[in-house]
Design a protein around this ligand. Structure first.
Ligand code: NAD
Ligand code: GLY
Length: 361
């Protein structure tokens, strides 16, 4: 098992990464400070992993809530269900919420923790590759609105993250690839050496080689922890780099209907579109673009938006992105592999060219 900290002063917390670590009660007991835990999971993950967590929680008063599975349940309606369950079970401010699942469960549970009785502790036990390398780390919590992805939420850090690599064995191939998309992102935005490692080891990752997965999760979490430590609240532009490909990707997710394109897939396509704009600006080379496209394709990730998505719809949806400031769209673009920048310095017609080239309509 490896452990390292997200350095945030008095709100610092550890990330534990290892195999079967969900079965070790010590991690939980170090980070549960009151006498009550409330586990939130979904009907796909709970049958697989809830018993092990319940077993580790025998010394606490322990409640759980099993939500239906799916991105469409990342909503304010679900938040209400959670608040009702917490209140009905008389959960007080000493309760620790535990998120057991992928990014949807992690984001919802974190937001419930941020808001229930003005804030209670929570622990992340991410069970998808995407959640282990990205969403469980850094304290972005929230839900979707019908008009925009992740539009309602809060920054709220967990007490710890317990990333058990063994849970990845039950993940569907499509979800594994979605996690690989976010892993590739770290290479693109700031770690050219890791990108080269990915080019050489992508087939091992797809085959779920445990050493390759462990290395990729560790490097990704270290990259993310470093960025979050530098710019926790996304104020300096540093953390915004983690959204490489996301402005395009969120537009795809919103257009396709939440859950039809999964997050990592939409981000993959978005990363290539952002690379295309970077190339048109002369900031990235054609060779960079080809390397990115090739790696995404080998990782079985989509490189074209939904067939029925129109360029104009794309543009309108991108305009409500959270990186829009005073009406000006900011995008994360590449100045080569391993060097991302947040910028509004791109001619609008060039972005329109990219949208037209990628959209069939
Ligand atoms: P998800 O939570 O929907 O999980 C994907 C699927 O895998 C679901 O069907 C889930 O039930 C299932 N699953 C989970 N663990 C499993 C396991 N071990 N075995 C078998 N099936 C399992 O999706 P995700 O890709 O984990 O997360 C996507 C969400 O995360 C999106 O809502 C996205 O906006 C959010 N996100 C948040 C951040 C952040 O910083 N907070 C970062 C990236 C993404
Ligand atoms: N996933 C983007 C961020 O955590 O900032």
């Amino acid at each position: 098992m490896t452990k390292f900290d997200v350095q945030l002063g008095e709100r610092s917390y550890p990330i534990y990464i290892g195999k079967n670590i969900r079965e070790e009660p010590t991690h939980l007991s170090r980070h549960v400070h009151g006498g009550t835990v409330f586990i939130i999971s979904n009907d796909k993950v709970a049958p697989l992993y809830l018993d092990a967590i319940l077993n580790n929680c025998r010394k606490y008063i322990c409640h759980h809530l099993i939500l239906p599975d799916g991105e469409i349940y990342k909503s304010l309606d679900t938040m209400n269900l959670i608040y009702s369950a917490l209140l009905k079970n008389h959960c007080d401010r000493d309760t620790t919420l535990i998120a057991l699942g992928g990014g949807v469960i992690g984001d919802i549970t974190g937001f419930a923790a941020a808001t229930y009785q003005r804030g209670v502790n929570f622990i992340q036990i991410p069970t998808t590759l995407l959640a282990q390398v990205d969403s469980s780390v850094g304290g972005k919590t929230g839900v979707n609105h019908v008009l925009g992805k992740n539009m309602i939420g809060a920054f709220y850090q967990p007490q710890c993250v317990i990333a058990d690599l063994s849970t990845l064995n039950t993940l569907e191939d499509r979800e594994l690839s979605a996690g690989i998309a976010e892993i590739i992102k770290y290479g693109l935005i700031g770690d050219a050496e890791f990108f080269v490692w990915l080019e050489h080891n992508i087939n091992q990752l797809l085959a779920r080689d445990s050493n390759a997965l462990a290395y990729a999760v560790q490097v990704s979490c270290k990259n993310k922890a470093q960025i979050v430590a530098e710019d926790e609240l996304e104020q300096t532009g540093k953390r915004a780099l983690l959204n490489y490909g996301h402005t395009f990707g969120h537009a795809i997710e919103t257009s396709a209907g939440y859950g039809n394109w999964i997050h990592g897939e939409a981000v993959a396509c978005g990363m290539l579109m952002a690379a295309s704009l970077s190339m048109k600006l002369g900031w990235a080379t054609e060779q960079d673009y080809r390397r990115i496209a090739k790696l995404l394709e080998i990782a079985k990730l989509p490189t074209e938006p939904p067939e029925d998505m129109q360029a104009t719809e794309f543009k309108n949806l991108m305009a409500i992105d959270k990186k829009t400031r005073s009406g000006t769209l900011h995008l994360v673009l590449l100045k080569g592999i391993g060097k991302a920048v947040l910028t509004s310095e791109f001619p609008a017609p060039l972005l329109e060219d990219v949208l037209r080239e990628f959209c069939k309509l």
